[in-house]
Design a protein around this ligand. Structure first.
Ligand code: HEC
Length: 253
C-alpha cells in the first residue's frame, strides 16, 4: 500500500516534467472539427507511437510548423463535406523536418489506412485523397557512378547478376539488374528496394529504416548503407544495360 502511494507520488512528480518535454517536437495547426470529432485523439497517438514524434496541437494557430486545414497545401483527405490539406511551413528547420515526417506518414499507406479506420457510429468519417499522381518521370540520380558500382558488387552481387562481370554468378531465381533495368518503373523499384521483399529483413539505410528487431536479427550478413550510398548505387544502376528478353517481361511484384 505504502509502496503504491510512493509510486503515485513519484508519478505525480515526474508527470509535469513529462508534460513539458512532450509536445514540443513541432506545432501542428488544425481545423477545429478535427479536434471536435475526436479524430486527432485517434490518429496522433498512432503516429507518435510509431515515430516517437509528438506535435503540439493548436486549433487555427497563426504560426505553426504544419497546417492541417481546409485550404492550402497537398490534399490529404475528405470528410464532413470538405477537403483537407496539409502544408509544412518550412521543411528545413528541425521542427519542420518532423512536421514533414508527419505529412509523409499521412500520405503513406499506413497513414491512409489509419485515416480511414476512424469511425463514428461504425461509419468512416474521412476518406483518403490520393496525392496528385505524378506521371512516371525520369529521375536523374546524382551520385558517384564508380562508387555505386563498387557498392553494388559488394552488396547486391551476392544474389543479383549485375553486369557481365558476375554473369551467371547471381542466384538463379533472383532477377538480374539488367532485367530489372528493362522494366518501365525500374527507378521506383530501385529507389524502394529496401522496402521490397526479401530486402527489409537484411537491409538498413541509415536514418531511414527502423533498426532490426533485436529478437530477430538478420540471418545473413546485413546490407548497411547510407542514403548517399543508395544514391550512388542508383546512379550506377542507371548505366546498366537493360536486358530485353524479346518475350513479354516477367514482372516481379
Ligand atoms: C540476399 C539476396 C539479395 C541481396 C543481397 C539483394 N537482393 Fe535484391 N532481390 C533479391 C530477390 C530474391 C529478389 C526478387 C524478389 C521477388 O521477385 O519477389 C530481389 C529483387 C530486387 C529488386 C526488384 C524488386 C521489385 O519488387 O521489383 C530490386 C530493385 C533489388 N532487388 C535491388 C537490390 C539492390 C539495389 C541490392 C543491393 C544494395 C539488392 N537488391 C541486394 C535478393 C537480394
Amino acid at each position: 500500500m505504502l509502496r503504491n502511494l510512493i509510486l503515485v507520488f513519484a508519478v505525480c512528480l515526474v508527470n509535469p516534467v513529462m508534460a513539458t518535454s512532450q509536445g514540443k517536437d513541432f506545432i501542428l495547426s488544425t481545423a477545429p472539427e478535427l479536434e471536435e470529432t475526436g479524430f486527432l485523439q485517434f490518429i496522433m497517438p498512432r503516429f507518435s507511437l510509431k515515430t516517437g514524434i509528438r506535435p503540439r496541437l493548436e486549433t487555427k494557430a497563426a504560426t505553426a510548423d504544419a497546417f492541417w486545414d481546409t485550404e492550402g497545401g497537398q490534399p490529404v483527405m475528405e470528410g464532413l463535406g470538405r477537403s483537407y490539406f496539409m502544408r509544412v511551413a518550412n521543411p528545413n528547420t528541425p521542427a519542420g523536418q518532423k512536421a514533414q515526417r508527419f505529412a509523409d506518414w499521412l500520405a503513406s499507406e499506413i497513414g491512409q489506412r489509419t485515416i480511414e479506420q476512424f469511425k463514428i457510429d461504425e461509419m468512416a468519417v474521412f476518406s483518403f485523397v490520393q496525392p496528385k499522381a505524378s506521371p512516371l518521370r525520369e529521375i536523374v540520380f546524382e551520385g558517384d557512378v564508380v562508387q555505386g558500382e563498387i557498392l553494388a558488387f559488394k552488396n547486391c552481387a551476392r544474389c543479383h547478376e549485375i553486369g557481365t562481370r558476375n554473369l551467371m554468378k547471381g542466384i538463379g531465381s533472383t532477377p538480374s539488374f539488367g532485367l530489372l533495368r528493362g522494366l518501365p518503373d525500374w527507378q521506383e523499384r530501385f529507389m524502394t528496394f529496401y522496402l521490397r521483399l526479401p530486402h527489409p529483413s537484411i537491409t538498413q539505410i541509415e536514418g531511414i529504416t527502423e533498426p532490426f528487431d533485436q529478437a530477430r536479427p538478420p540471418t545473413i550478413h546485413p546490407l548497411l548503407l547510407t542514403e548517399a550510398e543508395v544514391e550512388d548505387i542508383l546512379t550506377f544502376v542507371a548505366t546498366v544495360e537493360p536486358v530485353d528478353l524479346g518475350a513479354p517481361l516477367v514482372v516481379y511484384q
